[in-house]
Design a protein around this ligand. Structure first.
Ligand code: ATP
Ligand code: MG
Length: 128
């Protein structure tokens, strides 16, 4: 999976100035990237761009492009972005359905009617 921000800016409707300004960032498959910055600098906003909440649910003015696997997220549906990107929030206990990441991944796959054999295998890999 490749993530590519190109001259990407985003301003919340309720804000005068853009929160994200001219972001150029490419993340290749397998890379682990840590986004660091002071409170209010836009880390969560960047995450919401990646999982599609921006622009599909949270409204504002976006410029430039964000593409995931070569597809511009703005021209995809929220549903399709969700199929590619997952978000783990700070308080995982209030978010997870199962007792482990493996169970949660399996839960999502089961809901997509993937075979039980495949989801059990995935769960074993995750639980190590
Ligand atoms: N839904 C929203 N509507 C309007 N402005 C918002 C919204 N969410 C965030 N902001 C504004 O965007 C800026 C960046 O916020 P964001 O939450 O992305 O920062 P952050 O780096 O994640 O901060 P923290 O380290 O505190 O989690 C802040 O000025 C914030 O007030
Ligand atoms: Mg945050």
């Amino acid at each position: 999976m490749t993530i590519e921000f190109t001259n990407f800016s985003f301003r919340y409707d309720s804000q005068v100035n853009p929160t994200l300004k001219n972001i150029n960032l490419t993340i290749q498959q397998g890379e682990k990237v840590l986004i660091v910055g002071p409170s209010g600098s836009g880390k969560s906003t960047l995450g919401q761009c990646l999982n599609g909440l921006i622009p599909h649910v949270i409204k504002g003015e976006a410029k430039g492009s964000l593409s995931i696997n070569g597809k511009n997220t703005a021209s995809m549906t929220m549903h399709n972005v969700t199929a590619m990107v997952g978000t783990v929030l700070q308080d995982t206990d209030s978010q997870f359905v199962g007792l482990s990441i493996g169970e949660d991944i399996a839960f999502a796959l089961e809901n997509r009617m993937m075979s039980l054999r495949c989801t059990r295998w995935l769960s074993r890999q995750q639980n190590g």
